[in-house]
Design a protein around this ligand. Structure first.
Ligand code: AMP
Length: 292
């Protein structure tokens, strides 16, 4: 087995679970070249001084805190639950879910305040305790490590506090969410001492610029269109928030081509308005990377 290289930056990744595959995809998309197969615990990158360590997701915040690795990708829910002393650097915009309190449908509980004196099962006891404290609700927290959703039907609890993604697990168990406790997604975390080491900090910054280039690109489309020159002022007003669009004169007199990057969130609105303003032959292409 290959040994860890002491000079390389180290990043902890989920070995199994919802963040495992998208974390590998993110690293590959920013030029990290490594061999991976299931069951592997460690993989060095050939193209960047970075070693990947595949760990149990609950353990990642502590490993980063203790300096076993410099960086980690973990769910915000795990980072907050473990309360580890790590720096939260960036949201990575995948693995989104909500930590929510849910109760049996058609039951008597409508808000968290109805749970005073009741039992709530969760695998996020620390976050739930803080939340109940803030709300001034005294409920009994029943710590459970998995399959939290069956606790009410076993009469182990009156309510649960669990991660919800599509909501199908709740529906299957005849539960409904009544209170959002935390919105979570994958976050990049760092060991505070690694951020103070100039050599490591420089590598971390390079990696973050690449990650951000990928995240921005995922949220952006490149739009090209033809339009009469007379529509340019209106088209420029419609194109949101980006720097100056590229304008190219077409062979046909009085016609121009306009190229611009458009944020995905405004995308359909912008396209409809552009058409109304006189744009035609609108082409939309995905953006691979976007470094500003
Ligand atoms: P869903 O049925 O899609 O709402 O997913 C709910 C189930 O998946 C619950 O058992 C959750 O504990 C688990 N889950 C949902 N989202 C995540 C996530 N981002 N990370 C880990 N587990 C999750």
């Amino acid at each position: 087995m290959k040994k860890l290289n002491g000079d390389n930056l180290k990043i902890a990744l989920q070995r199994k679970g919802r963040l495992a595959e998208p974390s590998l995809q993110l690293l590959k998309s920013v030029g990290m070249d490594f061999d991976y197969h299931e069951g592997k615990l460690f993989a060095p990158c050939r193209s960047f001084p970075l070693d990947l360590l595949f760990l149990r997701d609950d353990d990642i915040p502590e490993y980063v805190q203790d300096g076993v690795t410099d960086l980690g990708i973990a769910g915000l829910n795990i980072v907050q639950e473990r309360g580890a002393a790590v720096a939260q650097l960036d949201c990575l915009e995948f693995g989104s879910c909500s930590l929510s309190i849910a109760v049996p449908r058609k039951g008597p509980f409508k808000t968290v305040f109805d749970l005073e004196g009741k039992r709530i099962a969760t695998s996020h006891a620390a976050i739930l305790a803080r939340f109940l404290d803030e709300k001034g609700v005294r409920a009994k927290i029943i710590p459970i490590s998995g399959s939290v959703e069956i606790a009410p039907s076993l009469d182990v609890a009156d309510a649960i506090c669990d991660l919800v993604s599509t909501g199908s697990t709740l529906r299957m168990n005849d539960l409904e969410p009544i209170e959002l406790v935390l919105k979570s997604e994958a976050v990049l975390i760092a060991n505070p001492s690694s951020l103070k080491d100039p050599r490591k900090k420089q590598l971390i910054d390079r990696l973050r610029i690449r990650f951000q280039g990928n995240i921005r690109a995922r949220k952006t489309k490149y739009v090209m269109m033809n339009a009469p020159e007379s529509a340019l002022a209106q088209i420029r007003q419609i194109l949101p928030g980006m720097k100056s669009p590229t304008i190219v004169q077409l062979a046909e007199p009085g016609m121009i081509a306009v190229h611009a990057a458009v944020p995905e969130e405004f995308f359909w609105d912008v396209i409809e308005k552009l058409k109304q303003a006189g744009a035609s032959d609108i082409l939309v292409v995905p953006v691979e990377k976007m470094v500003v």
